[in-house]
Design a protein around this ligand. Structure first.
Ligand SMILES: Nc1nc2c(ncn2[C@@H]2O[C@H](COP(=O)(O)OP(=O)(O)OP(=O)(O)O)[C@@H](O)[C@H]2O)c(=O)[nH]1
Ligand SMILES: [Mg+2]
Length: 462
């Protein structure tokens, strides 16, 4: 009888996606082939890259090892690259994965994982006892590194949920399966890159959560999205919200039309997780700009928006700016109602052919922003080579990218310094989240916070 996996279709897809559209072939299964490590290693010999999947109550975790077994050697050979990851359902029942880089060694009974980023703490998988052993010191280390939001969301914190004991513990697992991974880009660089991308994304997420506006002058900063029709303003909001919800959301209506899809002013607050706290920023979405007068956002509305006089859900009228006579006009806005940072949103691919009429309108608006003393950044959307934008360590934008004509052009034409030109690829038609997109979006948010802090600091000194 054919041996079948315990993975559900969804779980198998999550694994495949994690490793870059690979296919998985089941090599052995502990309940069928026994709990003998030598037998398992024998079955994996010459099979190339493998993942070992451990089913532990309602968490699943896995160990990926890049092409590590050879015909000549009967003993276990340390793989060139490996990582340990957990797959867990979050509150929306979506599968989440969290990586830990580890090295793997083996003895006659166990596989042993060493986590250099956790002071070389290790955990071991004992096949004959069918259990995972997590030393207390590693549990404490993991606990110390997690903030409460992170642990609520699961991920590697399955240790918290599953193994609450304070002492060293052997925790039994239900099943162990080993798969051959077919079609993986067989390079160490690729594996390192995806594990580092996920780690970097998580640290950016923690930074954004931990942000507090300069001198706590306000509890949330307001970022205004301004830009031509169809440049991706509403999609940026949807993308940011998706990251914090942990799955794709499309609250703001987006689309393509000659006139703006967004007709109402919206001040969006974003929650951290479904029932989480509000994050320390709000995104204000506006009607798109049009090069012609009487179409799109009215330039005379902008000073009122900047000062915080325009209420949420105000219906824009391209011919007629808001006036203090409007029934919902906010007559004495406070600092918290004001805009603290303006993000000028442009499609990166259209930077070279912005019409002169659009440029005149932009300069006029930029003047208003400068007059109000509000910080400004440029947010260039629809970048096509998200993967190439970042250096290998993800900390900086690639030099090659900066020298690209669109970015240089944005710098020259918009008069915004290179450090304040941010590049993103919004979630548009995809169905899955992507850590590289998240890195760009979260980095852009961090830069916006810095710009807003400059504005608040300046105000404070006044
Ligand atoms: N490929 C890609 N498409 C995008 C990106 N951002 C937005 N889009 C698409 O571009 C179109 C316009 O996006 P919107 O978010 O509606 O743009 P907007 O600036 O809010 O437009 P208006 O409200 O009409 O001014 C939609 O079809 C989006 O799916 C992106 O970064 N990459
Ligand atoms: Mg819109």
């Amino acid at each position: 009888m054919a041996v079948t996996t315990r993975l559900t279709w969804n779980e198998e897809r999550s694994f495949q996606k994690l490793l870059g559209n690979v296919s998985l072939r089941l090599l052995c299964k502990s309940s069928v082939h026994g709990d003998d490590i030598a037998e398992m290693q024998n079955r994996c010999r010459c099979q190339g890259s493998t993942i070992t999947v451990i089913y532990h109550s309602d968490s699943i975790f896995g160990i990926f090892m890049l092409g590590h077994s050879s015909e000549q050697s009967k003993s276990f050979i340390e793989p060139d690259a490996s990582f340990f990851f957990s797959l867990q359902k979050d509150e929306t029942m979506e599968m989440k994965s969290v990586f830990l880089n580890s090295t793997v060694t083996s003895n006659s009974k166990s596989l042993i994982f060493n986590f250099s980023s956790y002071d070389n703490k290790f955990l071991s998988l004992n096949f004959s006892k069918r259990c995972i052993n997590i030393p207390r010191s590693l549990k404490e280390k993991l606990r110390a590194k997690s903030d409460s939001n992170f642990s609520k969301k699961g991920g590697i914190m399955f240790l918290e949920a599953e193994l609450r004991g304070k002492s060293d513990s052997d925790s039994p697992y239900l099943e162990c399966e080993v798969f051959r991974v077919e079609g993986i880009k067989d390079e160490t660089g690729y594996i390192n890159r995806i594990t580092r991308a996920t780690q970097h994304r998580n640290s950016l997420l923690a930074d954004v959560r931990a942000y507090s506006p300069f001198a706590n002058l306000v509890s949330e900063i307001r970022i205004l999205l301004l830009g031509p029709v169809g440049s991706g303003k509403s999609s940026f909001f949807n993308s940011v919200k998706s990251i914090f919800q942990g799955h794709l959301t499309r609250q703001a209506i987006v689309g393509s039309d000659v006139t703006s899809i967004t007709e109402q002013y919206r001040i969006y607050s974003i929650k951290d997780g479904k029932n989480g706290q509000s994050l320390p920023f709000m995104l204000c979405d506006s009607m798109g700009l049009d090069e012609n007068e009487g179409v799109g956002l009215c330039v005379d509305d902008i000073p009122h928006i900047l000062k915080g006089c325009v209420p949420d859900r105000y219906e824009f009228s391209p011919h007629k700016p808001i006036t203090p006579k409007h029934p919902t006009f906010i007559t004495s806005p406070s600092l918290k109602d004001r805009i603290h940072c303006v993000a000028f949103v442009f499609d990166i691919n259209s930077m070279d052919n912005l019409s002169s009429k659009m440029m005149v309108k932009f300069k006029q608006i930029q003047k208003e922003v400068i007059n109000c003393g509000v910080a400004q950044v440029a947010l260039l959307t629809k970048v096509k080579n998200c993967n190439e934008v970042l250096q290998d360590n993800f900390l900086k934008m690639n030099k090659a990218m900066i020298s690209q004509s669109q970015i240089q052009n944005a710098n020259r034409r918009l008069g915004i310094p290179l450090s304040r030109i941010l590049v993103v690829e919004n979630y548009a038609s995809e169905r899955e989240m992507d850590p590289l997109k998240d890195i760009l979006i979260l980095s852009a948010l961090k830069q916006m916070f810095r710009a807003a802090d400059d504005f608040l600091e300046d105000l404070h000194l006044e």
